[in-house]
Design a protein around this ligand. Structure first.
Ligand SMILES: *Cc1c(COP(=O)(O)O)cnc(C)c1O
Length: 464
């Protein structure tokens, strides 16, 4: 498979080069040149596969021989051996028509592990096979950082630096990052919010000379290797329902707590590959730029809000451009012009016709703090199931937007123990998994820096 940039100036590169490039050298995002279509026969066969076998089949379509079969098989098996559930992403029925897909059984208790365990092992593989220097630079609203660090800590040939907004990640998220004492890990606690961290990263990566000299590699969801592992569980969840008696070919909705648009874009990709997905329900919190885009056709950052779901406290969604590319009929020149316009004017408006297309692709709701907590309380009381605040946004959005008789899978993106600050507010006491409990006694390693490119660059030069 060849990968191309949404802005048209990078073309014909292979999978490994696309992983190493991260952000396209022309500032665009890399996408597969063609989206493979999975026939109904193949879908029926895939239903019997284990999670790992399914991941292997899907990856093979995009990686086509660049990584030999046995090596890829080992990468997949190693990546999911660290999960606490043999099914990797078990599906739980909550009530009639609503299932929760638990994506949080990896080492850091958030769904990011599904892609980042794989990406960590993949970087390690590339470092060995290509003798490449891997200096990872990433920004996190909390979960990506912990997960990326866990994916590469102590691995030879790899260093990782993570930026996170000072005081704006949950206690457990902070501990998961800062209690790691491997010498190849640097945590920078940045003055500002997540969008500031993300902007710094984007600008440092856009400096192609600096990026190449410093061997900077991306782990954020702009990296194509984040997306592929995330498509797998859409298929897997669908097949679990099919085994439980879903009518052949019936559509299933997915409700996705959304921040950077990576997870839901993977669902969009799965749908384009031929999985019978009904509604893709895009759930946001008060930081609702994407909800407004779907419902009003205007993409324009609003005011930043801190919420109980900090991993979704994002205004500028880094993967949005990938969707824009397909929305604009794969016209890279048009994407480049729109993104340029966004940089100048801070907004992208689409025609009524395009907005109608957006509304065929997604439905969206923004779920405010009170509603988020109320949903956690209600699902806990009525069904004895404890949702984390991100997942609760997805469940609340599904309650509003799924039609009668439809089957919906709400993606559970984090374990509730990661976000006890919110759970406590509604007087629910939870017991922490031992792996999380143990973090509270460990020393922390982090450095506070001002939110400027220069300050971050100076730390990087010292570290690398
Ligand atoms: C990252 C994250 C999200 C948002 O996912 P995107 O791919 O950025 O849209 C939602 N919930 C949790 C718990 C997360 O860590």
């Amino acid at each position: 498979m060849e990968f191309i940039s949404t802005r048209g100036k990078v073309a014909g590169i292979g999978f490994i080069d696309a992983v190493l490039m991260g952000l396209g050298d022309d500032g665009g995002l890399l996408v597969p040149k063609h989206i493979p279509h999975i026939s109904e026969d193949t879908l029926a066969k895939w239903q019997q596969l284990s999670y790992q076998e399914l991941a292997l089949e899907i990856f093979k379509l995009y990686i086509d021989g660049e990584i030999p079969h046995d090596d890829l098989n080992k990468l997949v098996n190693d990546s999911y051996a660290t999960f606490r559930s043999p099914e990797v992403t078990p599906l739980r029925r909550v009530k009639d028509g609503l299932h929760v897909l638990e994506l949080f059984h990896g080492p850091t208790f958030a769904f990011k592990d599904i892609a980042l365990q794989f990406l960590g092992n993949l970087y390690s593989y590339i470092a060995r096979e290509r003798n490449a220097t891997i200096h990872i630079l990433g920004a996190t609203s909390g979960d990506t950082g912990a997960s990326a660090i866990e994916g590469v800590r102590g691995k030879e040939g790899i260093k990782i630096c993570i930026l996170y907004p000072h005081g704006k990640v949950s206690k457990v998220q902070e501990l998961q990052m800062t209690t790691v004492d491997d010498a190849n890990v640097l945590n920078l606690s940045v003055e500002g919010n997540f969008d500031d961290c993300q902007r710094i990263i984007k600008e440092l990566f856009a400096d192609v000379a600096f990026k190449q000299e410093s061997h900077l590699r991306a782990i954020n969801s702009i990296n194509i290797a984040r997306l592929l592992p995330q498509t797998v569980y859409y298929f897997y969840a669908y097949f679990q329902l099919a085994k439980q008696g879903l009518t052949a070919g019936a559509q299933v909705n997915f409700s996705v707590p959304t921040g950077n648009f990576g997870d839901i874009f993977a669902g969009y990709l799965a749908k384009k590959m031929g999985l019978p997905i009904g509604k893709l329900i895009l759930a946001t919190n008060e930081n609702n730029i994407l909800e407004r885009f779907v419902n009003e056709g205007l993409y324009q950052p609003g005011e930043f809000h801190m919420t109980y779901s900090p991993s979704m406290d994002i205004q500028v969604a880094s993967n949005f451009e990938r969707y824009l590319y397909y929305l604009l009929g794969e016209n890279a020149a048009e994407v480049a012009a729109r993104m340029d316009g966004f940089k100048q004017e801070g907004r992208i408006a689409v025609t009524d016709e395009l907005r109608a297309q957006v509304q065929r692709d997604f439905v969206a709701a923004s779920v405010e703090n009170d509603d988020c907590l109320a949903t956690i309380g209600q699902v806990h009381d009525d069904f004895g199931y404890l949702l984390d605040p991100h997942t609760a946004c997805g469940v609340a959005a599904a309650d509003r937007l799924a039609g009668k008789g439809e089957v919906t899978v709400a993606l559970a993106t984090a374990h509730p123990a990661k976000f006890n600050e919110a759970i406590e507010l509604i007087q629910i006491e939870q017991s922490f998994p031992p792996q999380i409990q143990a973090l509270f006694d460990k020393p922390q390693h982090q450095k506070r820096v001002e939110g400027s490119n220069e300050a971050v660059k100076a730390e990087l030069l010292k570290f690398f």
